[in-house]
Design a protein around this ligand. Structure first.
Ligand code: ADP
Ligand code: MG
Length: 278
């Protein structure tokens, strides 16, 4: 258990997004979620990627028949009926994604209020908890697929904040302006509160000039958003999911675990300070 972190004044709903695949979205979502929960905060992670990698990393059953985010989005099943407790981390819950979700992109097209189904489900779930006297949730993190289809749009409409992981490698910034444009479009048309609150530099390799250059460039462009903690490239981070673990539980003393804990600490402290950030 790490030191306790401050609770945000309001539940924070953060979507972890980047249209590029393999940049560390899922790794960031599960490890930030685990670090926040480990510090005593109440956290829900919603997996909206049909690959279900976040569900795997949290050791959450997500074979084809398991009730999942698909049921929430397509059939309107309440979140409370599909979420599962993470077996290895207290205070952490997960709405899994199963392979069914691959079809949801298309099925959603013909549904009413197709862009705001996740948003409505989260609001209903929070109201349900409040009514039941359950502990207030502090963080909802949404792990997105690497595309701007209806699943990602649902995440953008449900969230207030976007967390962008940026891989410190060549081409890291490619596609970023497209992502920002898409966030602007969502803000204009669907969710005026949406903003990029946090950028995390991942797979940072201190031995290369390239990593330092990418980091410097991102910090110049986004001085407010970039966390001072960076996540190094680390074998322990990449091994953890194959054991159904986050690196926070798999090897708490590793540099990967410590840097994700530091990043989560920064996120929580910023959120506690900025009352309008929630
Ligand atoms: P995305 O969700 O954006 O597709 P992932 O989080 O799945 O990206 O990461 C892509 C790959 O990189 C995975 O195999 C993951 O284990 C690995 N990876 C992510 N972060 C790190 C890191 N800090 N060090 C080493 N490997 C990493
Ligand atoms: Mg992913």
């Amino acid at each position: 258990m790490t030191t306790a972190l401050p609770r945000p004044p309001q539940p924070r709903i953060i979507t972890v997004s980047n249209q590029k695949g393999g940049v560390g979205k899922t790794t960031t979502a599960v490890n930030i979620a685990a670090a926040l929960a480990d510090a005593g905060l109440q956290v829900l992670l919603i997996d909206t990627d049909p690959q279900g990698n976040a569900s795997t990393a949290l050791n959450i059953d997500h074979h084809a028949e398991v009730p999942s985010i698909y049921d929430v989005l397509v059939d309107g099943t309440p979140i409370s009926e599909v979420m599962q407790a993470c077996p290895d981390v207290d205070n952490l819950w997960c709405v899994p994604a199963t392979i069914d979700l691959a079809g949801a992109e298309i099925e959603l097209v013909s549904l009413v209020a197709r862009e705001s189904r996740l948003s409505k489900a989260i609001a209903a779930w929070m109201a349900e908890r409040e009514e039941a006297g359950d502990p207030r949730i502090d963080y909802v993190l949404i792990d997105c697929p690497p595309s701007l289809g209806l699943l990602t749009v649902n995440a953008f409409v449900a969230a207030r904040e976007v967390l962008i992981p940026i891989q410190c490698e060549y081409y890291a910034l490619e596609g970023l302006s497209q992502l920002l444009k898409n966030i602007d479009l969502i803000r204009t048309h669907l969710n005026p509160a949406l903003h990029v609150s946090t950028i995390l530099l991942t797979m940072y390799d201190g031995r290369t000039r390239l990593s330092a250059q990418v980091a410097q460039e991102v910090r110049e462009h986004f001085p407010e958003q970039v966390l001072s903690s960076t996540v190094p490239r680390s074998v322990r981070v990449s091994e953890a999911p194959s054991h159904g673990q986050t690196v926070i539980t798999y090897d708490p003393q590793s540099t990967g675990a410590r840097s994700y804990t530091d990043a989560a600490t920064e996120i929580a402290r910023r959120g506690a300070e900025q009352k309008d950030n929630a």
